[in-house]
Write a protein of this length. Structure first.
Length: 127
């Protein structure tokens, strides 16, 4: 059965991303506001460069945060969808199913244990 890229965990993904996006937007607005206030109070070149450093630092932090979030979601939500689909087959009586994921996935050790349980179930079903 082909794995669906957007399963039941879709709501979790979008709720999590909405919160992160809201935090990022608020951060950009706050950073922009603080930079404008700094430039209005202090019309020097130093204030301009300081404001530029603040905005650049915040932008870099946001980019790193987004890359980390995408990586984390890819390594956790994907295997969760796969576990859910394969366990549904087990519930329907197919005890010979094995779950396969990448070794670098966060849930790899859990999936190994689930596969051992499935192996025990398939042996008991043969008796």
């Amino acid at each position: 059965m082909k794995r669906m890229p957007l399963g039941l965990k879709l709501k979790i993904k979008f709720n999590f991303l909405r919160i992160i996006l809201l935090i990022i937007i608020l951060g950009f607005v706050l950073t922009f506001y603080l930079s404008i206030e700094l430039l209005n109070k202090n019309d020097s070149l130093y204030a301009y460069y300081y404001s530029l450093v603040i905005q650049s630092t915040f932008t870099a932090i946001v980019i790193i945060l987004l890359i980390t979030i995408v990586f984390f979601l890819h390594r956790t939500i994907g295997p969760l969808d796969r576990i859910e689909n394969e366990l549904e087959k087990v519930i329907n009586g197919n005890y010979y199913v094995r779950i396969t994921v990448r070794k670098k996935d966060v849930l790899y050790s859990l999936i190994e244990k689930i596969n051992k349980v499935l192996e025990i179930l398939s042996k008991k079903a043969n008796k």
